[in-house]
Write a protein that binds this ligand. Structure first.
Ligand SMILES: Cc1cc2nc3c(=O)[nH]c(=O)nc-3n(C[C@H](O)[C@H](O)[C@H](O)COP(=O)(O)OP(=O)(O)OC[C@H]3O[C@@H](n4cnc5c(N)ncnc54)[C@H](O)[C@@H]3O)c2cc1C
Length: 383
């Protein structure tokens, strides 16, 4: 019989949630809008997060991590993203798509070389799967890795790479056997200072402006044979397993944004008076707020349930469903919260206008909503 899963946070997880919320309010909130306006990357804040154990949350203590479970992780990402989705994505990428696959699939040598620095915040991490010609169809990637004695030589281009230029290391997927389809893809740990790796022009984005996104250009980029993650040909499997896990972080990011949108809508509806009463008295506004609150509880519950089920056979499907539901619900919530703000919602000085831009990408990155639906359908229809 399977053990019962509890949605309730343990005392420790509740403590973590309170501490992360306090850190986000005291250390991230001040200066946040200015950093977003200036596209200023918050390096100092991320170093502090490393010291607090928020960057290697899922890595075992012997490699410098906090050794937490995935539920604790999603709780922390939610609280950081409630205040700053830019810091939320920087954090979740370092934890989930860089440190996590190195911890899970790396040799002890790779783990010793990279994890202590990633966990302590000495370096941030990145993940390079997407290319100009391959996004949803990730197996169509064209970056090549060829063996040359004791090194691998990588040639190609990765686009839309979160933390490109600020990360100290990247997990990068490349073809080692171009004739073998997805079984010809391998994963490499590529340090930022590897010869032949350069960073392209950072993207100018509609949201998450204080996070960094840029192309990675690999021109004769050399790494040692020890930098292969897993065995040759296992890269696609590693990428899919990593995304199954990391989608929980994006679901949590969406829940955090949703929570904040609800708070802002409630506050504004109580203050703004039209037709002689606070707009909160109008049923049309009340219903929107009730809908946002209901969908928030559903999104949070599904995200936490999926985190608890991560190691089970339905873990991947639940992570996709949580990411799909939470990101779509958070987009609806930000739309409604902005509508409740009326014209002020369209003004830069109101927080909801930034959230409205930040939330948009949650239905796109780490697999679009359409790809999440495909994952669920494949599980249910077995094909
Ligand atoms: C801010 C940001 C940060 C990112 N960070 C990273 C990162 O760190 N590392 C990384 O590797 N990538 C990253 N990405 C890339 C991201 O994962 C891709 O943008 C995403 O997977 C979609 O790929 P695409 O943009 O090429 O869209 P496409 O795959 O071209 O899709 C275009 C549209 O077609 C739809 N579509 C495609 N195929 C199908 C189908 N079979 N059925 C139905 N609909 C379909 C899609 O859902 C989408 O709506 C980031 C993207 C952004 C915007």
């Amino acid at each position: 019989m399977e053990e019962a899963l509890s949605f309730e946070l343990s005392e420790e997880q509740e403590l973590l949630r309170n501490e992360v919320r306090r850190f986000a309010e005291e250390r991230i909130r001040p200066g946040l809008e200015e950093r977003e306006r200036n596209h200023a990357f918050p390096s100092e804040i991320l170093s502090e997060m490393g010291e607090l154990g928020l960057l290697g949350m899922l890595v075992g203590e012997r490699f410098g991590g906090a050794g937490l479970d995935t539920l604790g992780y999603v709780v922390a990402v939610e609280e950081i993203s409630r205040v700053c989705p830019s810091v939320g994505v920087t954090m979740s990428v370092t934890n989930s798509v860089c440190a996590w696959p190195i911890y899970r699939f790396g040799s002890n040598e790779l783990r010793q070389r990279f994890l202590p620095a990633l966990c302590s915040g000495e370096m941030l991490g990145g993940f390079g799967l997407t290319e100009p010609g391959s996004g949803s169809d990730a197996a169509a990637l064209r970056t090549l890795a060829e063996r040359d004695g004791e090194t691998w030589v990588l040639n190609g281009e990765k686009t839309w790479i979160t933390n490109a230029g600020v990360a100290g290391t990247y997990v990068i997927m490349a073809k080692t056997d171009p004739g073998a389809g997805s079984r010809g893809i391998s994963a490499f740990v590529v340090p930022a200072d590897a010869p032949g790796l350069t960073i392209g022009t950072p993207e100018s984005k509609m949201g998450l402006k204080a996070s960094r996104t840029a192309p990675l250009i690999l021109e004769g980029c050399r790494v040692g044979v020890a930098n292969l993650l897993g065995a040759p040909g296992e890269g696609f499997k590693i990428a899919l397993a990593t995304l199954d896990h990391s989608r929980l972080g994006i679901a949590a990011q969406a829940v955090g944004i949703h929570q904040r949108a609800l708070e802002l809508a409630v506050d504004y509806a109580r203050e703004r008076v039209q037709f002689g009463v606070p707009i909160a008295e109008h049923q049309a506004i009340r219903f929107q707020i009730a809908q946002m609150a209901t969908e928030l509880e559903a999104a949070r519950a599904l995200t936490r349930y999926a985190a608890l089920r991560e190691a089970h056979s339905d873990g991947g499907r639940l992570a996709s469903e949580a990411k799909l539901y939470a990101s779509e619900a958070a987009n609806r919530a930000c739309y409604a919260a902005l509508q409740i703000h009326g014209g002020n919602g369209f003004a830069d000085e109101y927080e909801i206008s930034r959230l409205y831009r930040d939330v948009r990408v949650t239905t796109i990155y780490e697999g679009t909503s359409e790809m999440q639906r495909l994952v669920t359908a494949r599980h249910l229809l077995r094909g």
